[in-house]
Design a protein around this ligand. Structure first.
Ligand SMILES: Nc1nc2c(ncn2[C@@H]2O[C@H](COP(=O)(O)OP(=O)(O)OP(=O)(O)O)[C@@H](O)[C@H]2O)c(=O)[nH]1
Length: 291
């Protein structure tokens, strides 16, 4: 787990016998933790310098040194949802990352904040996806806009936004298809949805695109971020399954390469298991500064 990576780092720094194999092991840990080869080298080189200097080099000092390298590479972003002015969130992600569950959690969270939330079932490729979203909508007491499976996702988005605007609702959460087997199709379909949202008069402030990344997938998250960011410029990441065996280091690389901040973290399977991303807490956990 993430915590496991942090614990490994903490244990290694606790050894304090600074020979070559030590630095090799450190570099390996950092790569295993999905920080990427370049950053792993920079960090281990800096730890090497610190180890040779007179500066204090307790395990905690070295963990803080690693943290200082990561600090500028990841940011938090919290979207705002106003009352009385429609905001649209496009929720993206490959199948199985926890997209539908995340939509339900967000709907529950914003409902608790007094917002009127509408779900748009724009993953029309699988009937099960529409059904699953409908189950959540019924449980949460949210409206859902859907069409039959196989229909045009853009048309679902158009209907959902038009309907929400007519009723003065606050937030539309759009579920999207996450098939990866045909990249061109996916890109085309997403940019079509993107155009429809903008065409309904939703400005940048009220239109945010989030990619759900499964924290257990490590490196794959980086290529997913690249692909979806190419289709629609992403505003934020949602890290799901952070309670499971998590490898959150990929977020650092995504932040560094594409400048995409992190918005929410999913920590379980119930509607309450979502929270705003806390950069300090995340970094402390990543480098093992918390228990
Ligand atoms: N432990 C844990 N499980 C989660 C979390 N988020 C989602 N899941 C589980 O992950 C599985 C997949 O979630 P879905 O929401 O169905 O994923 P999806 O991306 O919509 O998948 P498709 O509908 O297949 O596209 C489900 O069993 C969820 O309960 C989380 O934060 N923690």
């Amino acid at each position: 787990m993430l915590k496991g990576f942090g614990a490994k780092l903490k244990a290694l720094f606790g050894i304090n016998t600074f020979d070559e194999s030590y630095f090799e092991q450190l570099e390996d840990f950092l790569i295993e933790g999905d920080l990427g080869a370049k950053l792993a080298f920079t960090i281990s080189d800096d730890v090497r310098k610190r180890a040779k200097s007179e500066k204090s080099k307790t395990a905690q000092d070295l963990q803080l040194l690693v943290k200082s390298h990561l600090h500028g590479k990841i940011e938090a972003f919290q979207p705002t949802v106003e009352s009385g002015k429609l905001t649209v969130f496009l929720i993206l992600g490959v199948n199985g990352v926890g997209k539908t569950t995340t939509i339900a959690k967000l709907a529950s969270m914003y409902k608790q904040q007094g917002k009127n939330v509408l779900l748009a079932a724009a993953d029309t490729f699988r009937a099960a996806a529409i059904d699953q979203l409908e189950v959540h909508a019924n449980r949460l007491g949210c409206r859902i806009v859907k069409q039959k499976s196989g229909s045009d996702p853009g048309s679902v988005v158009f209907d959902a936004i038009t309907s929400a605007q007519a009723r003065g609702e606050d937030l539309v959460l759009v579920d999207t298809a996450g098939r990866m087997h045909n990249k061109e199709n996916l890109l085309r379909e997403l940019s079509k949805i993107d155009k429809i949202v903008k065409g309904r008069g939703i400005d940048e402030v009220h239109y945010k695109k989030f990619l759900v990344i499964d924290s257990t997938t490590g490196q794959n998250g980086i290529s997913q971020a690249e692909l979806f960011n190419q289709a629609v410029k992403l505003d934020g990441l949602i890290l799901s399954k952070y309670d499971s065996l998590a490898k959150g280091g990929a977020l650092i690389q995504i932040g560094e390469k594409f400048g995409i901040p992190v918005s929410f973290v999913g920590t379980g399977e119930t509607y309450q298991d979502i929270k705003a991303f806390d950069k300090e807490e995340f970094l402390n956990t990543l480098v093992g500064l918390t228990d």
